[in-house]
Design a protein around this ligand. Structure first.
Ligand code: C2E
Ligand code: MG
Ligand code: MG
Length: 739
C-alpha cells in the first residue's frame, strides 16, 4: 500500500551502540521526524566491518565508548573502508576537546544523547552533504567519460576497434564493473559478442554467457529483452530479481546490478551493449539517460559504418578541411538541441564568415586559398577543442555550436578570444603572409529558435546584418546586442583600469566591542569609471572574476595593502593589520601561496601586515588543497578569516579542519538580529561555535548602537560597520590613527 511516506527514500543507518535502549531512542527520534530508516546495529569491530561491507549504510551513528569497541576506532575504520559515508557521533558525554579531535579525525558531526532532538537534522544534513559530494564527483566522471567516448567515436572508423575502445572506456573511466558489445545475427537471432572489458564470470570472457533475441529461454535475459523492446533493460538488484539469467554466476562474482542497451540501426535492433555494476541501484535515472545517449551515439556510428564507410564519410565530411559538413552538423545540432531541451540548458550557434577571402583566392590563386581554409579549420578546431562542434557550411563559412552556455556575454567573450587565436596571426602561404578578418552571426537556443533550421536561419540573418555594419559580430536579438556591448564595454574599461593600476583601496576599521578601539582594517577595492563616477563593487567584482582579471587586481590589492601598512609604520603610526579579500579564482590557483608571497615581498614574519578574508563557499571545492595553502600562508604570518559566514554551507567537519583565525558573521544576520529572534539565535550559535573552535568572531555590517550592544552581550569579539566608520581613503585612516 502506498502510504504518505511511500515517496521518501529509505535511509540506511548503521548504529554502533552497545546499549539497545539507546539505539531504540535514537531510532524513535528519527522516525518521529518523518525519516524512513533501515538499520543495523553493531557493537564489535567484526560486526562493524561486516556491516560496512554488506549493509553499505548511508550514514553511521556511533557511540563514543563501548565495552568491547571504541568510537574513535570505529571512526578510523570507517574512514578507511567507507570514506564517503558520513560518521556522526551520538554520545552521552563528549568534552569539547574530544569533540574537536573527533571532527578533525573526519567525523561529520556530533550529537549529545541529552539533546537527541538535534539528531534528525544532523543525520539529514550529513546525508545530503555526502550525496552532494558524490554528485559532484559523478559529474566530473561523466564529463571525462563523455569526452573520451566522443574522442573514440570521431577517430575510430573500424567497428571492432571502436567497440573495444568503448568497452574499455566504460570500465576504466565510466566506473562500470564490466562492459560488452555484441551484434545481432539477423538470421539466427543470436548475439555475437565482439568486444568486452572488465571482469566477467568464469574469467573466460562473455562468450560463455549466451544471449539472443529469440522468444525462448535463450532470449529471456536482459540483452534479449532490450533487443526485442528496443529499450534499455535494467536490473538494479539482481539478488532480488529472479528474472535475471545466470544470476548466481554474476552474484558470486560481486556483480549486483546489470543493464542492457539496444543498438539501433535504421529503426531495427542491430546489437546490444551489456553492462555490469558492483553496486545495488547503480543504474538510476541519470545514469540510464547518460548510457542511453552513449548507446545512441554508438548506434549512430554503426549506422555510418553500415552505410559503407567511405561513401558516407565523404557525404558527411568536407574533404578539404576534414570538418563535418552541413548534413552532419545539422544532425549533430539536432541531437544537441534535444538534449539541451531536456536539460534546460542554452546553446549558441555561431556562424563565422571569412572576410576578403575572395581577394586571397584571386591574388594568390585557388591552391593558396585552399591552404588558408585548411589552416583556418585547424586553428578553429584547436580553439573549439572538439571537432564535433564544428562544421564548414560553405566555401568560406564555418559554424560552431557552444553547448551549456551561461549567457550571451560568455559567447561574446569566447568569440573575441577565438578571433585572436584564429585570425590574430597571419597565415603563411607560399612564403607569403595573408591576413584574414571575420564576421560572425549568433543565434541562441531556445530564445532565437527551437530547432536546427530556425537557429541556422537566424544566425545567418544576424551574420548578414553584421556584414552590413561595422560590428565584428551580432546576436540575433537586438536587446542582447545592446546588453552584451554594454558588458563588453565595461570589461574593456576594467581591463584598462587593471593594466594601468587604477583600482584603489578604501579601508574600514574593525573595532574591539569592549574597548571600542580599532584592532584591524579591511581593505575594499574601489573603482572610478573614466567619467569619474564610482562603480559599485557588486557590479565590477563579478566581471573581474568572470574575466580572470581578479588575479591581477587581487595581486595589486595585496601589494597596495602591504605598501600602505609599511608606509604607516614608516610614519611612526602603529597601524593595525589590514585584511584583504581573496577570490576563489585566486585561491584555486596552484601557485596561490607563491602569488601571495610575491605580492607581499614580505620582510619579517608579520606577513607584511596583511591578513586574508575568504568567502565560506569557496573553500569547499578542494578542502585538502585549501587547508594546505592556507596553512602555508599562516606560517609566514598571515591570518585567515572566513568571510560572510552563515551564507555558505560548511559543515562542522570542514570548519574544524580549516586553519582559520576568525569567522566573520554575515551582514544579513547582524542586520536582522534586533528584529528577528531567529537571526539572534543564529548569531549566538555562530559565536559559541567560534569559541569552541578557538576562533575570533567579527560581526559585519553593524549599523546601530543597539546591534553593537547585543553583540557585546553575546560575547562577539569585534565589529565592523557604518556605525563606527564607512570604508574610507587611507588619509582618513591616518587621521584616526594619529588620535
Ligand atoms: P565583504 O568582504 O563582505 O565586505 C564587506 C562589505 O560590506 C563592503 O562592501 C562594505 O562596504 C560593506 N559594509 C560594511 N559595513 C557596512 C554596514 O554597516 N552596512 C552596510 N549596508 N554595508 C556595510 P563593498 O565594499 O561594496 O564590497 C562588497 C564585496 O566585494 C565584499 O564583501 C567582497 O566580497 C568584495 N570585495 C571587495 N573588495 C575586494 C577585493 O579586493 N578582492 C575581492 N576578491 N573581493 C573584494
Ligand atoms: Mg570581507
Ligand atoms: Mg563579508
Amino acid at each position: 500500500m502506498a502510504g504518505p511516506q511511500a515517496n521518501i527514500p529509505v535511509l540506511r543507518l548503521l548504529l554502533t551502540e552497545d546499549n539497545p535502549a539507546d539505539a531504540e531512542l535514537e531510532l524513535r527520534e528519527l522516525k518521529r521526524a518523518g525519516l524512513r530508516i533501515a538499520h543495523r546495529i553493531a557493537d564489535t569491530e567484526q560486526g562493524f566491518v561486516s556491516a560496512l561491507r554488506e549493509f553499505s549504510p548511508d550514514v553511521i551513528l556511533s557511540d563514543f565508548s563501548m565495552p568491547g569497541f571504541d568510537g574513535m576506532a570505529a571512526l578510523a575504520l570507517a574512514r578507511d573502508l567507507a570514506p564517503d559515508t558520513p560518521f556522526v557521533f551520538v554520545s552521552g558525554t563528549l568534552g569539547e576537546e574530544y569533540a574537536i579531535r573527533a571532527l578533525r579525525n573526519g567525523a561529520t558531526d556530533y550529537v549529545l544523547k541529552t539533546n537527541l532532538m538535534r539528531l534528525p537534522a544532523a543525520v539529514e544534513r550529513a546525508f545530503t552533504e555526502s550525496k552532494e559530494r558524490r554528485e559532484r564527483r559523478r559529474l566530473t566522471r561523466i564529463r571525462e567519460f563523455s569526452s573520451r567516448i566522443n574522442w573514440a567515436l570521431v577517430r575510430l572508423r573500424e567497428r571492432d576497434e571502436l567497440f573495444a575502445a568503448i568497452s574499455r572506456i566504460a570500465v576504466e573511466v565510466g566506473g562500470l564493473r564490466g562492459a560488452r558489445i555484441g551484434m545481432l545475427d539477423p538470421g539466427t537471432k543470436d548475439v555475437i559478442w565482439r568486444a568486452w572489458f572488465g571482469s566477467w564470470p568464469e574469467g573466460s570472457g562473455p562468450d560463455a554467457l549466451q544471449a539472443s533475441a529469440r522468444e525462448d529461454e535463450s532470449g529471456s535475459g536482459l540483452a534479449g529483452k532490450a533487443l526485442r523492446a528496443l529499450a534499455p533493460a535494467i536490473s538494479n538488484d539482481i539478488a532480488n530479481d529472479s528474472g535475471v539469467r545466470s544470476r548466481e554466476k554474476f552474484l558470486s562474482f560481486g556483480v549486483k546490478a546489470m543493464a542492457a542497451f539496444p543498438l539501433v540501426v535504421d529503426g531495427a535492433a542491430a546489437g546490444v551493449l551489456g553492462l555490469l555494476a558492483s553496486e545495488v541501484g547503480y543504474f538510476d535515472q541519470d545514469e540510464v539517460n547518460l548510457l542511453a545517449e552513449l548507446a545512441a551515439n554508438v548506434s549512430f556510428a554503426l549506422e555510418l559504418m553500415h552505410k559503407q564507410d567511405r561513401i558516407t564519410y565523404l557525404a558527411l565530411y568536407d574533404p578539404l578541411t576534414g570538418l563535418p559538413n552541413r548534413t552532419l552538423f545539422h544532425e549533430r545540432l539536432t541531437q544537441s538541441l534535444q538534449s539541451a531541451g531536456r536539460n534546460h540548458t542554452s546553446l549558441a550557434l555561431v556562424l563565422i564568415d571569412l572576410e576578403r577571402f575572395k581577394a586571397i583566392n584571386h591574388t594568390l590563386g585557388q591552391q593558396a586559398g585552399d591552404g588558408v581554409l585548411q589552416a583556418v579549420a585547424q586553428r578553429l578546431e584547436s580553439a573549439a577543442g572538439d571537432i564535433n562542434r564544428l562544421a564548414r557550411l560553405g566555401s568560406n563559412l564555418f559554424a560552431v555550436m557552444l553547448r551549456q552556455i551561461g549567457g550571451a556575454a560568455e559567447v561574446a567573450r569566447w568569440l573575441e578570444q577565438v578571433s585572436v587565436q584564429v585570425f590574430g596571426t597571419p597565415f603563411t602561404v607560399d612564403e607569403r603572409e595573408a591576413r584574414l578578418a571575420s564576421k560572425a552571426g549568433i543565434a541562441i537556443f531556445p530564445e532565437d529558435g527551437a530547432d536546427a533550421d530556425a537557429l541556422l536561419r537566424n544566425a545567418e540573418a544576424s551574420l548578414k546584418r553584421a556584414k552590413q555594419t561595422a560590428e565584428a559580430y551580432l546576436f540575433y536579438a537586438p536587446h542582447i546586442n545592446a546588453r552584451v556591448s554594454e558588458e563588453v564595454e565595461l570589461e574593456h574599461r576594467l581591463r584598462k583600469a587593471v593594466e594601468r593600476g587604477e583600482l584603489f583601496l578604501h579601508f574600514q576599521p574593525k573595532l574591539d566591542l569592549v574597548t571600542r578601539r580599532i584592532v584591524g582594517l579591511e581593505a575594499l577595492m574601489r573603482w572610478k569609471a573614466p567619467d569619474g563616477v564610482p562603480v559599485l563593487p557588486v557590479t565590477f567584482i563579478p566581471v573581474l572574476e568572470q574575466t580572470g582579471l581578479i588575479l591581477e587586481a587581487g595581486r595589486q590589492a595585496i601589494a597596495a595593502a602591504t605598501g600602505t601598512y609599511r608606509s604607516w609604520q614608516a610614519q611612526g603610526l602603529e597601524p593595525p593589520r589590514i585584511a584583504v579579500n581573496v577570490s576563489q579564482l585566486q585561491l584555486r590557483r596552484k601557485s596561490f601561496v607563491e602569488d601571495v608571497r610575491a605580492a607581499l615581498r614580505a620582510d619579517g614574519a608579520d606577513g607584511g601586515g596583511v591578513d586574508l578574508e575568504i568567502t565560506e563557499s569557496l573553500l569547499m571545492h578542494d578542502v585538502d588543497e585549501s587547508v594546505r595553502k592556507l596553512a602555508a600562508l599562516r606560517d609566514i604570518g598571515l591570518r585567515i578569516s572566513l568571510d560572510d559566514f552563515g551564507t555558505g554551507f560548511s559543515s562542522l567537519a570542514y570548519l574544524s579542519r580549516l586553519p582559520l583565525d576568525a569567522l566573520k558573521i554575515d551582514r544579513g544576520f547582524v542586520q536582522g538580529m534586533t528584529e528577528n529572534p531567529h537571526d539572534t539565535s543564529i548569531v549566538g550559535t555562530i559565536i559559541s561555535l567560534a569559541q569552541a573552535l578557538r576562533l575570533k568572531v567579527v560581526a559585519e555590517g553593524v549599523e546601530t548602537e543597539q546591534q553593537a550592544q547585543l553583540l557585546r552581550l553575546l560575547r562577539c569579539d569585534q565589529a565592523q560597520g557604518f556605525l563606527f566608520s564607512r570604508p574610507v581613503p587611507a588619509e582618513d585612516i591616518e587621521a584616526l590613527l594619529e588620535k
